[in-house]
Design a protein. Sequence first.
Length: 590
Amino acid sequence: MGAIRPLPDLLINQIAAGEVVERPAAALKELIENSLDAGATRIDVDLAGGGIKRIRVVDDGAGIDREDLPLAVARHATSKIGAPADLESIATLGFRGEALASIAAVSRLALVSRAAGRPHAWRIEVDGGTVAPIAPAALSAGTSITIEELYFNTPARRKFLRTDATEWAHCEETFTRIALAHPGVGFTLVHNGRLVHRILPGSRAARVEALLGETFARHAAGVEAESAGVAISGYAIRPTHATQASGTQLLFVNGRWVRDRMLSHAVREAYRDVLHHDRQPAYALWLAIDPRRVDVNVHPQKTEVRFRDGGALHPFVRSAVDRALAASAADAPAVSAADRLGLAAARTPPPGGAGAGPGAAPAATQDALALAEPSSFYARLFGERRPGAPALPDTGDDHPLGFALAQLHGIYVLAQNRAGLVLVDMHAAHERIVYERLKSAHAGRLPTQPLLVPATFAAEAVEIATAAEHAGELDRLGFALSQLGPSTLAVRAIPAPLADADAATLARAVLHELRDHGGSGAIEARRDELLASMACHGSVRANRMLTVPEMNALLREMEATERAGQCNHGRPTWYQLTLPELDRLFMRGR
């Protein structure tokens, strides 16, 4: 080892470039963020060779004064912070003052700027760290920065760059994230002379549709919540429309795209019992929080943050997304054949109005079903009807799942609504209804239903031991079990919401869950899984024949139950076949 000596500035900047400017997309991010910090309302991006050959960013922001141009490309010079206290409340996207100096050390950089109110523009160039004199230039307003031949003077670093196509994909992803975070700013993106994006300023919803696609915008639930100085808004895909691909998973904090395990975990928890195991959540969420409560200075590229009270933020985010996904079957759109096949959504003309014909839907009234006289229970739900009484009014709005027609193979309920035919998986739907009842009732202790005659079953030693060890938890879950003999357990009471379940089968399933969960802490942490298992055993089984009143009662329960669009395992509980889709199947009108 030789003597210790200070590193030259150029080498320092090249080392910093390895951290800050990992690839062209990172340089692009720094330049666009500088434009946004300058108050730009329009930002034009022009790339060549995936950003390796050229990155040009032009904005209409405040611009830079002539005397500040040398400082703009100097190391650790910035207008955004000036004292240690400023680091505790960072409100700008850039603040380190190292980006341009680092980029200029490993590229050929030209910066042209005209400060607001100044009569002329000025230009400064940096070639691999060598700064040229300032010269007059032509620019109407704002700033233009051009970077050419990234890493031309550091071949060891350049060899780590991928193909032009790969680097371009990263650049477009970075552009998309920033454009989503700032819908009030107009953007254009050109690559190799081809216009890829021209996005006008507008609403967040319009920006989401433009960049994430109409399909995501149509099938995403709106997220909106505010509490104690924190606000969250955005969109989360409805579980029925989630796919196997990870796709869109975007988090923004104070206008900055970030990776954050805590926030991502909170969102996944919200999807936990509504998403099928092979599906992935998709979301775009914006978090607004006091800058003093978040530290953005924990990563050179400022893509990671640290929250000062993450413990409170996690349940807030989870609850906000959970509420957005908790639509009842009456609120959430159904899965339709058009959705599954990628077809455009069909629009059904109003009944009896213009366009009535092969694709028109009749009103979903009970009269149209020609059913037998309703039972007293059915009458309480829908009102008594006497022979010759007028038809029920159009109930399409009140009962979006319509009215039952029949049962298919003891598994599916067929119903008619305004749009056409509704198919319901009766076991999956009832399982969700029971599960939501159990979750609501388990805030303290589930109400019990004593059995007139105890149900007994032959129990293994481990089941008897589990019943004794977890007697308190069984009581809170609404069970009363006692040992009758060396190998017999008696079920004397079960949870009231599961009064129709097979008591012995239900109790045995719960004992197995309790045994697998372990200690009381683990049981509480996995409470929902335990309740979901109970709901599965306590719901209507397949191949059970239902009467028409029972089928209609199930439809009404679905309309009133949160998350009724998915079963406890995330699979859809109902499916809509519209009349236009049926017309296409039978080639009507052709």
